[in-house]
Design a protein around this ligand. Structure first.
Ligand SMILES: *Cc1c(COP(=O)(O)O)cnc(C)c1O
Length: 392
């Protein structure tokens, strides 16, 4: 390939980078290539010895690295403006890889209390077993993260934005300004096309690529991006943790990135339209989406995000009974626990994603029995709204 075929990446918009990401170098193939092999012939023993310890060996053994997974990692790193990325078998694989890969007995973590249920259970349930203390703070309160830091002991500051399931936003300027502990943002709901936390000085950004990035409900995948040294440090634990990404899922991740921008834009617009229809409905207490002016952090969302995804939540006045009735009354929208795919999915956080939490913990996060989370898909917006209004 001549160099004139390679435009300067710095000149390209993220949408354009997403379409090109992971295309094999020096080959004519438009689509990424699937490398299913788990192992590769070594030239010499010395070469094998070096590959075994190389954080960037693509062709050695698939738990260490794989060319297709590596192509997905490069594509994501490019979108995040990161030096490097590491893919995992799932979003939770990535989050557990960060927490257990970087923290030791006696260390302290500051985390926001508005979190994906699995992350909450890892931090609140697993970390104490390993002697890692966690302090939970309200991530929407200015200064909350930095005030909870214990100098010399806090290893990680963990945030999620927009956060599950109420779409709370974190001020990334404030998080990025924290020095000392490693700052981590789970930006699954935004995707790298919505927000790039590393641009604000955050150290690591993690995604469940299972969601909007792969985008078709057919891949389970996680990915962490950041500075090369930090990703290399994670690699050392990741090869032992064994939550390595499947090349098939990485291929679906690359396919998903190619259409991420138009999907996210349509889903975000649908979510705002659904939100407006719900805001004026008498059975609805409140509606949350960062693209609605009624969101308490609307201005922050406008400032720090290029686009918002299709996830919104709302609260039904009738509480638990109304919430469970709604989820069984919808016909087009399907009750299932994921987000960012082509199908509109409804979840009832109190009985699914956040089922592991006590009722005090739930109400502390603003979740009630009437709270419903909706992930807008790619169906026509009129059909989605009609289904929801009929179910209400
Ligand atoms: C789904 C999700 C996860 C976990 O990802 P998996 O791929 O299901 O392991 C983590 N964080 C957020 C915000 C999620 O939505």
């Amino acid at each position: 390939m001549s160099t004139s075929d390679n435009p300067n990446l710095a000149d390209l918009q993220p949408e354009t980078l997403a379409v090109r990401g992971g295309r094999p170098d020096g080959q004519l193939s438009m689509a990424p290539v699937l490398w299913a092999s788990t192992t590769y012939e070594m030239g010499t023993l010395e070469e094998g010895r070096q590959l075994a310890h190389s954080t960037q060996a693509k062709k050695f053994y698939s738990r260490h690295g794989n060319p297709t997974v590596n192509a997905f990692e490069s594509a994501v790193a490019e979108l995040e403006g990161a030096q490097a990325a590491r893919a995992y078998a799932s979003g939770m694989g990535a989050i557990a890889g960060i927490v257990l890969g970087l923290c030791s007995k006696g260390d302290h973590i500051v985390a926001q209390k508005q979190l994906y249920g699995g992350t909450m259970q890892l931090l609140a349930g697993v970390c104490p077993r390993f002697g890692i203390d966690v302090t939970f703070v309200d991530g929407t309160v200015p200064g909350a993260f930095s005030q909870a830091i214990i100098p010399g002991r806090t290893m990680l500051v963990f945030a999620e934005t927009p956060a599950n399931p109420l779409l709370d936003l974190i001020d990334l300027d404030e998080l990025g300004a924290i020095a000392g502990p490693i700052t981590v943002v789970d930006a699954t709901l935004a995707t790298p096309l919505g927000v790039r936390p590393l641009d604000y000085g955050v150290n690591l950004v993690v995604h469940s690529a299972t969601k909007a990035m792969a985008g078709h409900n057919d891949a389970t995948l996680g990915v962490v991006s950041g500075e090369r040294d930090l990703i290399d440090a994670l690699w050392g634990f990741a090869v032992l943790q064994g939550a390595c990404a499947s090349p098939f899922d990485a291929l679906n991740g690359l396919r998903g990135l190619r259409t991420l921008a138009p999907r996210l834009r349509q889903q975000g617009a649908t979510a705002v339209a659904v939100g407006r229809a719900l805001e004026s409905h008498p059975a609805v207490n409140w509606v949350r989406h960062p693209g609605l002016e009624s969101h308490p952090q609307f201005a922050l969302g406008q400032r720090q995000y290029r686009m918002h995804g299709g996830v919104l939540s709302f609260d039904l006045a009738g509480g638990l009974e109304a919430g469970s009735k709604f989820v069984s009354a919808v016909q087009l929208c399907r009750p299932a626990t994921s987000l960012g795919g082509p199908e509109t999915l409804v979840t009832h956080p109190a009985s699914t994603t956040h089922a592991g939490m006590t009722s005090e913990e739930l109400s502390d996060c603003g979740i009630t029995g009437g709270t419903v989370r909706l992930s807008c898909g790619l169906e026509h917006v009129d059909d989605i709204i009609a289904d929801i209004l009929r179910a209400l």
